[in-house]
Design a protein around this ligand. Structure first.
Ligand code: WT7
Length: 651
């Protein structure tokens, strides 16, 4: 097994039991594990009962072990948006702030649940006027503005599926996603603020929809005015949000949808060049996002101020900015910009300003804070923080300890949360107030979740005793599991279920190990998927962008360990004969990848090489390229056609 992440998890990092004070008021205690195990489905039913159902469900789970598609909370009906908004207003909490929104240039808005209800209703009314109906797809290509969240909830309210495309993605990436989902509406903004500058965004939508073969599925582009910059306009197709949605009625009667009504599709990288549209549905997804947000973050509605620093372009934003927190009536901070805009104090100022008590972020940002130095956080009153969370990649023990020491006064719990776009919600994490956490370990599957570590032959890796690693599998269905890959159920079965098909286990694509106490450590991807700053990028996608350049004959890409970003992308490129190497072409190739995919996929390094190491069957040996990229002694080269290739590459 090859594990691509080199986080040092072997070191003894100590154990951090919860403080008695935290445990005394925690949302749960150790008994929850036994309760869940004694009757898993009854436990999930109890969690589903946190939601408001318009029609009660019958069976808790109907699991199709041939097609690997689950039906959770069978025949139940609910409206996801009602659960996230209306019911809090109905319960008398309409004046509670749902979102403290902080704009990049320093403007801010606080939106109550009552205001959110009016905004979502207006959007739902207008989307209906546009002729959209349940099942239609809506692409959302927006920065972190409140209207993005309003649009997602309006889709949910109408049974439309949203497909959020990260606003840092290129027009080509946007086009591919719009086409794959046959979206009818695109919602965007005129521009977005990036480090104090207004950068155009709507132009990328125009570009995506135009081109040699113009898109034919999109009827309208709805544009939120964010920066007040000029945009090109296509009459009849383009519409201003503030002339349409804002003028619609703030009252909307919601319909109830089946528990399995598709809620959204979200594209994520796989091992091939084509991103996968991961499909999530309603009842089970909302049950598990709400459940995990409540217990893993020990969330107390009306008291906590919660902040998840993700972008809604990723699943973390879907599950832990939009659906989980809002289902639980949370008050949260949503920030539009980057952590160093206008300077490195920004996050800490925001924590201080709103009294943030729960702060959920990615290891790469913690390591960036470490680089900036503790004098920056130390200049702020961070005493409101009572829980810290981490997601996106394994957190190295050093960053874990710094996080707790500097942001958490050396006393608050840290929850390291393992999950994926596909799992929809957190699967493996410590429970604050219960678990004695270890820096770098995701620790324990949550109550109701069953995970295992197995080898190629499906033998379980022993728990405790000898330390051994293997593949992480989920051996029981869970409510927020993906229901498929949009338009490609064959790829769905192949990617996730074929490896252990006869057992019915979900293959996560991660390596993991148990330590001597039987606690679980996630080691990183075992496939050709890289993890750069918590973003999932496939080697094949970057390779195909590189090969698209006229000067390139062949390219191979690896993720090499990187101190800040976890992994950095290193590309090995063979140029076509006649093409000239040198700095120019390297810069051009980096720019090409940024243009084709996104700046987040831009290689850290491009090495122009005369040859690539291949096995006799013609497969590129990425393991060896990774050795070179990380400056290591070369591993086993015996299966290579021509071991001398390396002298040429290294030279
Ligand atoms: C992959 C999923 C889950 C939302 C953000 C990423 C890695 C994620 C952890 C963690 C170790 C982690 C895994 C996983 N990962 N969280 N706490 N410890 N690894 O979602 O883009 O679908 O990526 O991120 O490798 O498979 P994603």
């Amino acid at each position: 097994m090859t594990v691509t992440n080199t986080t040092d998890t072997k070191k003894d990092s100590g154990v951090y039991p919860p403080s008695p004070q935290f445990a005394a008021t925690a949302n749960t205690d150790a008994a929850i594990y036994e309760k869940a195990w004694s009757d898993r489905l009854a436990f999930w039913a109890e969690q589903a009962d946190r939601l408001q159902w318009d029609k009660p469900y019958g069976q808790v789970l109907d699991w199709d072990t041939e097609e690997f598609v689950a039906n959770w909370f069978v025949d139940g009906k609910l409206n996801v948006a009602v659960n996230c908004v209306d019911r809090h207003v109905a319960a008398g909490n309409g004046d509670r702030v749902a979102i403290h929104w902080e704009g990049e240039p320093g403007d801010s808005r606080s939106i109550t649940y009552a205001q959110l209800l009016a905004d979502v209703s207006r959007a739902a009314n207008y989307f209906t006027e546009l002729g959209l109906s349940a099942g239609d797809r809506v692409a959302i290509y927006m920065p972190m503005v409140p209207e993005a969240i309003v649009t997602m909830l309006a889709c949910a309210r109408l049974g439309l599926m949203h497909s959020v495309v990260f606003a840092g993605f290129s027009s080509a990436a946007l086009r591919a996603r719009i086409d794959d989902a046959s979206a009818k509406l695109v919602v965007t903004t005129d521009g977005q603020y990036r480090r104090g500058q207004a950068a155009p965004l709507k132009g990328a939508v125009d570009e995506a929809l135009g081109g040699e073969t113009p898109n034919e599925t999109v009827d309208h582009v709805l544009v939120v005015r964010r920066c007040g910059i000029d945009v090109d306009w296509t009459d009849g197709r383009d519409l201003w949000w503030d002339e349409t949605v804002v003028a619609a009625s703030p009252e909307h009667a919601p319909a109830a949808f089946d528990s399995e009504q598709p809620l959204f599709v979200l594209y994520t990288s796989g091992t091939t060049g084509k991103p996968k549209g991961i499909v999530h549905t309603s009842g089970g997804y909302l049950t598990q996002t709400a459940y995990t947000h409540h217990y893993v973050f020990d969330h107390k509605p009306g008291k906590d101020v919660y902040w998840c620093t993700a972008d809604i372009g990723w699943v973390t934003g879907h599950s832990y900015i939009v659906y989980g927190p809002l289902a639980n009536g949370a008050t949260q901070v949503v920030y539009e910009g980057t952590p160093n805009s206008p300077n490195e104090h920004r996050h800490f100022e925001i924590i201080e300003k709103y009294g943030v008590s729960i702060y959920y972020t990615a290891p790469t940002l913690v390591r960036t804070f470490m680089k900036w130095g503790r004098a920056i956080p130390d200049a702020h009153d961070l005493s409101s923080i009572r829980l810290l969370g981490s997601v996106g990649e394994p957190i190295n023990p050093e960053a874990w300890r710094w996080f707790r020491e500097v942001l958490g006064r050396g006393e608050v719990p840290i929850v390291d949360t393992w999950w994926q776009t596909e799992t929809g919600a957190i699967m493996i994490a410590p429970l604050p107030g219960v678990t004695a956490a270890k820096p770098g370990a995701a620790m324990t599957p949550l109550p109701g979740i069953s995970a295992n570590i197995v080898d190629d032959e499906a033998n379980p890796v022993p728990r405790g005793g000898a330390e051994a690693s293997g593949y992480l599998v989920l051996d029981q269905p869970w409510p927020s599991m993906l229901r498929g890959i949009w338009g490609d159920m064959e790829r769905y079965r192949e990617t996730y279920w074929s490896r252990y098909a006869d057992r019915g286990w979900y293959f996560a694509g991660d390596g993991a190990r148990y330590d001597a106490d039987g606690d679980l450590w996630v080691l990183g991807r075992v496939d050709d998927v890289m993890n750069v700053s918590g973003h999932r990028i496939s080697t094949a996608e970057v390779e195909s962008a590189l090969v698209g350049h006229t000067a390139v004959a062949e390219a191979a890409v690896v993720g090499a360990a990187d101190e800040t970003t976890g992994q950095g992308i290193v590309a090995f490129v063979i140029l076509k004969s006649g093409a000239s190497g040198g700095d120019d072409v390297v810069a051009e190739l980096k720019a090409e990848v940024a243009r084709e995919i996104s700046p987040i996929a831009k290689p850290r390094e491009v090495k122009i090489v005369p040859e690539l190491p291949k096995t006799r069957s013609g497969k590129i040996m990425r393991r060896l390229l990774r050795d070179i990229a990380e400056g290591r002694e070369l591993g086993d080269t015996s299966t290579l056609v021509d071991p001398k290739v390396f002298d040429a590459i290294k030279g």
